[in-house]
Design a protein. Structure first.
Length: 272
């Protein structure tokens, strides 16, 4: 029973992380938001945290949790949402080099607080609303074919990446990213896709027939779609004109983070 509870909790956290990223990615890439976190006064940051916390209390009370849930459980859930959002925002900003460990604590805290309060709302929605609906206690497995899944993945990748591709921030982050950081971005993209598609009980998710080999195949195809859509978006918005090979690759890998999330979510959510 305890093992089952731990498994359900980790799956809920997985949905929360993906929900937080899915609904806040454009702002995680936005320079003005980074700058706001850098210059905001401590009292303003505290007010933002309190506002978000009360917003989460309201959401979890009226939409995110069952009506019979106690206030103590709602309070606990809201605190968890914010804590998880802090972790997600910190790791993502670190991944794209918008914060570094050499920065002052005040600068790191300001940027993470501003971004995490936005992420927290997505975490709450993702945890509560993106889960698989069960019938008679059993999870339904999707039966979409390869062509349909690919089309849905392309739609999802285009939908999410198009809000980020035209921005100057993609180029700025790519310029400051080295080869090791780009490798981490690829691994993070694949990991998040795996969580969405196979682990966190998202609507329509499920392990494909064929075992581990098919899981790898689906992840590779999904990421290839994300890369292709990212490259097309960058070309369309003129972000690779005159760029060298390394910069084209770096921008494509960077944009493939939101694109891979969109591709994975698109396969599941657009069709449900």
């Amino acid at each position: 029973m305890q093992k089952t509870k731990i498994s359900e909790t980790t799956k809920e956290y997985g949905r929360g992380i993906v929900g937080g990223l899915l609904f806040s990615l454009p702002l995680l890439y936005t320079m003005e938001v980074w700058w706001t976190g850098f210059i905001a006064a401590p009292e303003k940051l505290l007010a933002f945290i309190l506002f978000t916390f009360f917003l989460l209390l309201g959401y979890n009370r009226h939409a995110g949790m069952k009506p019979e849930t106690s206030f103590r459980e709602i309070l606990h859930e809201s605190v968890e949402d914010i804590a998880l959002a802090f972790v997600v925002a910190f790791i993502f900003l670190l991944l794209i080099s918008r914060i570094t460990l050499s920065m002052s604590f005040a600068e790191i805290a300001g940027k993470v607080i501003v971004e995490s309060m936005i992420v927290a709302i997505g975490v709450s929605v993702g945890s509560a609303q993106l889960g698989e609906q069960r019938e008679n206690g059993e999870k339904k497995e999707g039966d979409k074919g390869f062509l349909q899944m690919s089309i849905l993945a392309i739609c999802g990748a285009a939908l999410i990446s198009s809000s980020v591709a035209p921005t100057e921030e993609i180029l700025q982050i790519a310029i400051s990213s080295n080869g090791l950081e780009l490798l981490f971005m690829i691994l993070v993209s694949l990991l998040i896709s795996a969580v969405i598609l196979f682990y966190s009980d998202f609507k329509g998710s499920g392990t494909p027939k064929g075992g581990f080999g098919m899981v790898i195949t689906h992840l590779v195809i999904n990421y290839f779609i994300a890369l292709m859509v990212s490259l097309i978006m960058l070309w369309f918005f003129g972000r690779i004109n005159g760029s060298g090979f390394y910069m084209i690759i770096a921008q494509t890998i960077l944009l493939a983070i939101p694109a891979s999330i969109g591709a994975s979510a698109g396969r599941l959510l657009i069709a449900n």
